[in-house]
Design a protein around this ligand. Sequence first.
Ligand SMILES: Cc1cc2nc3c(=O)[nH]c(=O)nc-3n(C[C@H](O)[C@H](O)[C@H](O)COP(=O)(O)O)c2cc1C
Length: 191
Amino acid sequence: MNKIVVGITGASGSIYAKRLVEELLKKNIYTHIICTDTGKKVMKYETGIDLEQWVAELSKQYSQLRLEDINNLFAGIASGSNKFDAVVILPCSMGTLAEISNGLAKNLLCRVADVALKENRRLVIVPRETPFNAIHLENMLKLSRLGVTILPAMPGFYHMPETMEDLIDFVVGKILDNLSIENILFKKWGN
Ligand SMILES: Cc1cc2nc3c(=O)[nH]c(=O)nc-3n(C[C@H](O)[C@H](O)[C@H](O)COP(=O)(O)O)c2cc1C
């Protein structure tokens, strides 16, 4: 994996995205972040983190990080000719899930997901809602049948987590595993 797009939406759990981005950067992977307007607000509310400030801080250490403007459909990654390897949307709101599963591409995040689908690239969606209604489930099934990985923010407890970080690392480790990116974020069963 050389270049990954990380989408953040207004579902609960942007803390997962923060952790994933940090890991991708440590592995020298080019990382483009696209965050919805509600995603920024929920991130600030839940974690106290201002997205722009956080990215600015990280950019001092990592040159391969870019924050995209969700309204900029002229961005490089909006085109299939731009060779990103995978898109991970976490947390993914039911709203963004519905847009993607219905082929709507009205903002950069949905467009990039649409590009991933048409170019047969990896698309990992980390939905966060509970309970799910039939519309949510149908939208996930539709995407799953197109080869999308539906990887819910659903940490296991068999690795004996002791802290919130352990739970976050479990979900992020599962995402990295799914992308075949080596990690030791959680203890693998049987190891
Ligand atoms: C604090 C907070 C938490 C939310 N959590 C969720 C959630 O877990 N899942 C979800 O689908 N929507 C959640 N929402 C609602 C979404 O933010 C809302 O549907 C929004 O329109 C999603 O837009 P986006 O996909 O463009 O970010 C939450 C809203 C707030 C204010």
